[in-house]
Each structure stands twice: as C-alpha cells, then as structure tokens.
Design a protein around this ligand. Structure first.
Ligand code: CAA
Length: 378
C-alpha cells in the first residue's frame, strides 16, 4: 500500500464529517450569497480542535500530519469550500514556522495558532505571481528589527489573520537568494488591508491586498537565515499543495453526490433521468475521476509526511490532477441538473465557481506542470 489511514485519523475524519453535516452544510449557500467571512465557522473549528490539526502535540496540536490535514479539508470542502480554506490556510501559514522555525519560535508561535489564532501566508505581489522571486517588498535591518515596506496581493485571510508569514527582499542584488521570511504578529507589527477582492467563487473567503508601511518586525521573528526565504516559500507550497488537491477532491465528491441524488429523483420522458445511459455514463466518468484523484492526493500527503525525496513532484501532480478533475466534475454536475444546475437554488453552480480557483491558487496548473517536468528532466 502506498498510503493508509490510522484508526486515529479515521476517528478525526468521522468527527469532522458529522460536524460539517450538522453545522457547516446548512450555512454554505448563505456564506456564498452574502460573501461574508464565516467567523462562526472559524470559532466552531477552533472550539472543536480542527485548527490544531496542522500541529504536532509538542506544539499544542493534535496531529501535524499532511494526511490528516487533507482528510479534514476534503470533508469540509464536500459541503463548503470557503470553510475548508479555514483549515487549509491555517496549515499554509503554519508550515513556514514548522519547517523553518527554531525550537524557540515553534514553542512560542505555534500553540496560539493551534488554539485558533488565525494565520495567513503572504507571498504574491502585484508584479509577482507565478514568478514568485520577482517580489519587491523590502525588509531592511536596523539593529534588532527589520522594517518592511511594500504590498502583497491575493492573500487569503490576510485581513482576518493575527499572524502573517511574509516574504521580503533583504538583499536586492541577490535575486531569489536575497529573499527572507518573517512572522508578523498583528499586535506588534500591524499591517493594513488596502482592498478585499470581489470574486467568482470562494466568496466568503476574504482575499486581501495588504500594505506594509515601514512596519517593524523583531529579528527574532525571522525564519531561517537571511536569504533562505525563497526556499522556505517553495518548501511550504510543496507541503500545502496536496491540501488544495484534497479541497478539489471534496468539492467534486459533493457535486457528484448531489448529481446522483438529483438524477434518481428527476423524471423526464416518464422515468428518472438516471435511467438514461447517456447520464449513467457521465456519472460513471465523474466517479472514476474522483477515485483516481483520491489516490494521488493521499499518496502526495503520505509523501509529505514521509519527507520523501519526490514530494515536490507528487504534490504538484496531486494539485494539478485533482483541480482539473474538480473543474470537469462540477461542470458535468451542472449539466446533469440542466437548467436547475445553472441557478442559485441548487448548489452545483456554486461548486463549479468554487472549483475554478483550485486550478489557480497555490501555483497555477501551468506552474504545476513546470514543476513536474523539471523534476522529470533534471
Ligand atoms: N523547495 C525548495 N527550494 C526550491 C524548490 C522547492 N520545491 N524548488 C526550487 N527551489 C530552489 C532552487 O534550488 C533554487 O535555489 P538555488 O539557486 O539556491 O539552488 C531556487 O529555489 C530557485 O529555483 P528555480 O530557478 O527553479 O526558481 P524559478 O524562479 O525558476 O521557479 C517556481 C520557481 C517553481 C516557478 C516558483 O516560483 C513557483 O512555484 N511559483 C508559483 C508561486 C505560487 O505557487 N504562488 C502561490 C501563492 S500562495 C497561494 O496561492 C495561497 C492562497 O491564496 C491560498
């Protein structure tokens, strides 16, 4: 077996499944309609220990396993992708500390995050998206502090986070080797939200443009040595990309479940539309693609947990395959529902809108192909 789940992981999954059915699923349509960050869901997740999943026990958490994180994200995304980002981005924002922090930094910074202090990850800038090394935000050192100046865009939860991992240039002459990573804590290093984006999908998940205007960050909050920030940023994405795969997987499962239920109920030409082979074949293709994506997502998460040498490649494959699959499956789910699929009274059009972002964030699928082909050809 390339992957398997422990009893403990299955128990966590079942608890999350129940919580999602009872408390998240009934809120999903409203969260999308109002495009409001679901603070109630964040609190629910914090109270029930979901935000402790990204952390090992010694840092106040309950797991720290990528497989467990993916199981949680998948379960939540079946009902509400916006809500699944609350766990996904908590993992994304924590990974830099977990993989590059000193023991002192992990012991100081992780327990509050495990208890529910929201964190975020700030890499992209107006002129630096796929080309992440082209960032312009600067960090200049003055004694025990760095002074950060610049802006970041498309920062999921950037406005609601209390802890922000920021990448900035400490040596403008050293290209990607001149980038460093910092942890900003809002109390001592406040940042400004310049703008919140209006989006096609994941509408309840705030996507913020942030500004740093000579914002001070203590040297003790730098992660790793100066100049290692770019490697940290990419190392984090390697570990978090299976989570986007899991999000896409959950989303597609939610869409298939709904389409199957609808096809059995909806009658045309005197019988349920599920009796027509054209529709049966669509459902069969959807289910098959989902199972293939599931294998790849949990293989990638397992590779992350094992620190396997090929984790960069397999994580990119999982994100690429699962997100392209989710786009196809949710589009087909809309097709199964016909005109009803296209209107807001039914959830599949939201799922189709939400699926699109999984092909874009945490590296576009073109970047995933680049990462995979570089690994093959190096
Ligand atoms: N881990 C660690 N280091 C790595 C690495 C990895 N996976 N891949 C490359 N590196 C190192 C290389 O070894 C090299 O270092 P040295 O020169 O010191 O040896 C350095 O990084 C530069 O490597 P490349 O020349 O390959 O870098 P590049 O600039 O050509 O390409 C890239 C890098 C793969 C395109 C990268 O920029 C990338 O992944 N871009 C996409 C960015 C991205 O995913 N953004 C998402 C934002 S976060 C988000 O979306 C979150 C959200 O909202 C939820």
């Amino acid at each position: 077996m390339d992957f398997s789940f422990s009893e403990e992981q299955l128990a966590i999954r079942d608890t999350i499944r129940e919580l999602v059915q009872d408390r998240v699923a009934p809120r999903a349509a409203e969260i999308d309609e109002k495009a409001e960050y679901p603070r109630d869901i964040e609190e629910l997740f914090a109270q029930n220990g979901l935000l402790a999943i990204p952390f090992p026990e010694r840092y106040g958490g309950i797991s720290g396993s990528s497989v467990t994180i993916c199981m949680g994200i998948e379960e939540i995304a079946k009902a509400c992708v916006t809500s699944s980002l609350i766990l996904a981005v908590q993992a994304l924002g924590s990974y830099p500390i977990l993989i590059a922090g000193t023991e002192e930094q992990k012991e100081r910074l992780c327990p509050p995050l495990a208890e529910g202090r929201v964190c975020a990850y700030a890499l992209s800038e107006p002129g630096s998206g796929s080309d992440a090394a082209a960032m312009q935000t600067t960090a200049k050192r003055y004694g025990d502090e760095y002074v950060l100046t610049g802006s970041k865009v498309f920062i999921t939860h950037g406005n609601v986070a209390e802890t922000l991992v920021v990448f900035a240039v400490t040596d403008p002459d050293a290209d990607h080797r001149g980038i460093s990573a910092f942890v900003m804590e809002r109390e001592q290093s406040p940042w400004a939200t310049v703008k919140l984006e209006h989006k096609l999908g994941i509408r309840g998940s705030p996507t913020a443009m942030l500004a740093f205007e000579e914002t001070r960050v203590p040297v003790r909050n730098r992660l790793g040595d100066e100049g290692f920030g770019f490697k940290i940023a990419l190392g984090v994405l390697d570990r978090s990309r299976p989570g986007i795969g899991a999000q896409a997987l959950g989303l597609a499962e939610g869409a298939l479940d709904y389409a199957v239920g609808y096809a059995k109920e909806r009658r045309q030409f005197g019988k349920p539309i599920a009796a027509f082979q054209g529709l049966q074949f669509m459902l069969a293709d959807m289910a098959t693609q989902i199972e293939a994506a599931r294998s790849l997502v949990y293989l990638a998460a397992t590779r992350v947990d094992e620190q396997a040498p090929d984790l960069t490649k397999v994580a990119a494959m999982a994100k690429l395959f699962a997100s392209d699959m989710a786009m196809r499956v949710t589009t087909d789910a809309v097709q199964v529902l016909g005109g009803y699929g296209y209107i807001r009274d039914y959830p599949v059009e939201r799922m189709m809108r939400d699926a699109k972002i999984t092909q874009i964030y945490e590296g576009t699928n073109q970047i995933q192909r680049l990462v995979i082909s570089r690994a093959l050809l190096k």
